[in-house]
Design a binder for this molecule. Sequence first.
Ligand SMILES: *Cc1c(COP(=O)(O)O)cnc(C)c1O
Length: 489
Amino acid sequence: MKVSDLFVYQDTTLKQALEIIDQQGLGGCLLLNSDFSFSRTITDGDIRRFLIKGGNLENKLWELGKIDAIWVHEGTPLVDISGLLQKHDIQSIPVLDKNGRPIDMVIRKHLENPILLSYPHLGEFETHFVQQAFDTNWIAPLGPNVENFEKEIAEYVNIKGGLAVSSGTAALHLALDIIGVRAQDIVFCSSFTFVASVNPILYQGAKPVFIDSEPNTWNMSPSALQQAMDTYDQMNQLPKAVIVVNLYGQSADMLKIKAICDAYNVPIIEDAAESLGASYWGKKSGTFGKIGFYSFNGNKIITTSGGGMIVSDDEEIINKARFLSTQAKDRADYYLHTRLGYNYRMSNILAGVGRGQLKVLDERVTARRNIFNLYQKELKDIEAIQWMPEPEGYYSTRWLSCCLINPQVYQGKLEDLYHRITLKGIEVRRLWKPMHTQPLYAGSNFFMHDGVTDFSNFSFDHGLCLPSSSNMTLEQQHRVIDTLKKLLG
Ligand SMILES: *Cc1c(COP(=O)(O)O)cnc(C)c1O
């Protein structure tokens, strides 16, 4: 439905208005003045009451008289609109531009059943493993689900060992600690990412240096990395580690990045929080660095409601992670500690959820990829949309379906587009705001992709993530598609 399909005029007859109301199925239509500004809403109830009082179907709409119409200005926050719909107990509300002309309708049932960005999707096996934990009275400490979950993940990604922890953030913190990142050390990190990829650098008192992304993969730019290595090498301040993020489910260009890091003998920590199930030239994402980690946060591709996993081919590293994540208890008959540790382990209940989720991981990846493919296919004629690429040799989880809205084609403001989509009860998000532009990291060094364009910040300015939950219905996917067609077509 286009908002203009609801337009009626002062000299429209009641009969014509009823026909429009009937066709559009919203229970009402929008009466405009001669300058196309909004006058009032006409509901079928308004017409019924007029007829009962003696009117007839050939009467004109102006004869219904004026009322205090309910409407909102363009840009009114969603919560305020929801509040109005509830307060007046109405099913829809027109949105007016600054000339008072209707540009959109907010439909209550869309807001009350929103299409969410990325939502947990449980399978049929989780309760079995969780029940096992209860049946054996083994909800703590640790337990068989934890050990099995670690083994199963390690097998799935084909790596020697895994250690289940309370979050992806905790996993990264452990990784930095194990690699020996200490106060004042330098750590390179992708700038285009979620803040959790960086904060553990600060936990260690170290200093992040941010590396831009490249347009091909949206991940760490090898040329920017090379430049940063040269620069810091000359200052005799090579980083202690490079944190490479695999954004939105897609691996970075690990061959090139690894070659650069190896040349300077700097270890890689792979942030594969969003890319469990993805691969790069056949090798699973998260297994390229000295240490990799995954997240099982609620919005990730599979979830334990909250959790993470550190993985490595170096068993020594996994043992150290186990030691540090359980308060760094030395071997003794009593509690003896020589160094600082953490309480970062995953519980046996949550690991049970994870084991069930892991069984359907590949299905979840396929479902997300299918959603992306449908968006891409159905919106191929919308010139403004540029999808996140997937180069040859890459297999992305398409954790989120992401695109750039080409500013040379789409003249409007991204904020307005974002707002218009959310008014349809569709949860979209802006792309990650790069870390080098965050107030928290103001003053940090940043290396651009090619010395002239800040690709990550450009992407933030022009990009969106679309709903991508693996349990989205086809109807929901088409609602997203239709909305984008209408707003960008
Ligand atoms: C989610 C996420 C993390 C953090 O994982 P948590 O389990 O939420 O702590 C880290 N890096 C990236 C890129 C993420 O998306």
